[in-house]
Design a protein. Structure first.
Length: 326
C-alpha cells in the first residue's frame, strides 16, 4: 500500500513542481491596458515596454503536460467548472489562466490526499484532498468578493466626479477618462479599459456592461442602465448620476448600520463554529485515548462525520441569518 501511494505521490509532486516553476519563471502576459496603451489616455505605458511584454505566456512547454491541461480544461468546460473559474478570476483580476489554475489545483489536491494516506490514515487523506482542493477556491472567492466591494465603495466618488466633468462641458468618454486618471484601482483600471475600448470603436454602454458583469456589482449595473436609458431618450445625465450616487450612499449607510446591528450575531456564529473543533483538538492533544472510540469504531465514526456535516450546515445557516441584503 505504501509503495502504491508513493508511486502516485512522486508523479503528482513532479507535475505540481513543474507547473509552479513554470508559473514563476514564465514571461508575464500583457494586461489589456498595456496592449492598448497607444490608444488609451492617461497613465500610458511606455510603448517600447508594452511591445517587449509579449509572448505566449503558456504555463507549460512540455507537450505531455500541455495535453493534460487541455484534456482537463475540456472536461471542466463541459461541466461548467471552467466558466465559473474564469468568472472568478476575472472578478478578482488575477493574471492566471483558468485551465492552468485548475490543473495546479487538481494536482495539489491529489498530492495532498496521497500524502495524507501515506503519513496518516484515510481520514487525513480525505482532509488533504478536500483541503488542498477547496482552499484555493475559497481564497479566490474571497479575493473576488473583496475587489467587488472595493469597486462598489468607489462608485459614489466616481459618479460625483463624472457628473462634475459633464457639467463642465466634457463628453461622457472624456469624463470617464478623467475618472480613470483621478481614481485608484480597481475602478480606475476598469475605466481605463472602457475608455480604450470606446476609442477603438466599441459601443460605450456595451463596454460598461462588460465591466458590470466582470466585477459582479449590482450598483454599477444601475449606472450602466441609467447611461443606456439616457443615451436612448436623452436628458440631463449629470443630474441623473447625482441621484444614483445619493441612492448608493444611502444604501452604503444602511449596510453599515446592518453590520453594526448584526455584529454580535456574527461574532457568536464565529465562536460557535470554532469552539467544537478547538475543544476536540485540545482533548485529542491532552488525552488521545479519550477520543479513540470516536475515531476507531464504526458507530463513533458515524457520529464523528455526522457531527461534521451538521456543523457545516449550522455554519451556513448562521451566516444566512446574519447576512442582511440591503
Amino acid at each position: 500500500m505504501t509503495l502504491l501511494i508513493a508511486v502516485l505521490v512522486l508523479p503528482a509532486a513532479g507535475a505540481l513542481a513543474w507547473a509552479v516553476a513554470s508559473i514563476a519563471l514564465r514571461d508575464r502576459p500583457r494586461h489589456l491596458h498595456e496592449a492598448l496603451a497607444p490608444y488609451s489616455v492617461g497613465r500610458v505605458a511606455d510603448p517600447s515596454a508594452a511591445a517587449a511584454g509579449g509572448g505566449s505566456g503558456d504555463l507549460v512547454k512540455n507537450a505531455t503536460l500541455r495535453r493534460a491541461v487541455e484534456s482537463l480544461a475540456e472536461l471542466a468546460s463541459r461541466r461548467g467548472v471552467l466558466q465559473l473559474l474564469q468568472r472568478k478570476i476575472d472578478q478578482a483580476d488575477l493574471p492566471i489562466r483558468p485551465a492552468e489554475a485548475l490543473f495546479v489545483n487538481v494536482v495539489a489536491a491529489v498530492l495532498g490526499g496521497a500524502i495524507g494516506l501515506l503519513v496518516g490514515s484515510p481520514f487525513w487523506g480525505l482532509v488533504g484532498l478536500v483541503g488542498l482542493g477547496l482552499v484555493p477556491w475559497l481564497v479566490l472567492a474571497a479575493a473576488a468578493e473583496r475587489r467587488s466591494r472595493a469597486f462598489t465603495a468607489q462608485l459614489p466618488d466616481m459618479l460625483q466626479l463624472l457628473g462634475t466633468t459633464l457639467r463642465s462641458g466634457f463628453s461622457i468618454t472624456q469624463g470617464l477618462d478623467t475618472v480613470s486618471r483621478q481614481l485608484e484601482d480597481p475602478i480606475g483600471k476598469e475605466m481605463r479599459h472602457v475608455v480604450a475600448e470606446a476609442r477603438l470603436g466599441r459601443p460605450l454602454v456595451e463596454a460598461l456592461g462588460e465591466v458590470a458583469q466582470r466585477v459582479r456589482s449590482e450598483d454599477f449595473e444601475w449606472v450602466v442602465t441609467s447611461i443606456g436609458i439616457q443615451r436612448e431618450v436623452g436628458g440631463n445625465l449629470a443630474e441623473l448620476l447625482d441621484i444614483v450616487a445619493d441612492t448608493m450612499n444611502a444604501r452604503a449607510r444602511l449596510r453599515r448600520e446592518a453590520r453594526t446591528l448584526t455584529a454580535e450575531g456574527r461574532l457568536g456564529a464565529i465562536v460557535l463554529s470554532v469552539l467544537p473543533a478547538a475543544i476536540g483538538l485540545f482533548v485529542y492533544s491532552v488525552n488521545p485515548s479519550y477520543l479513540s472510540p470516536l475515531l476507531h469504531q464504526s458507530f463513533g465514526e458515524i457520529l464523528f462525520y455526522g457531527s461534521i456535516g451538521l456543523a457545516v450546515f449550522g455554519i451556513v445557516w448562521l451566516r444566512k441569518l446574519v447576512n442582511i441584503e440591503v
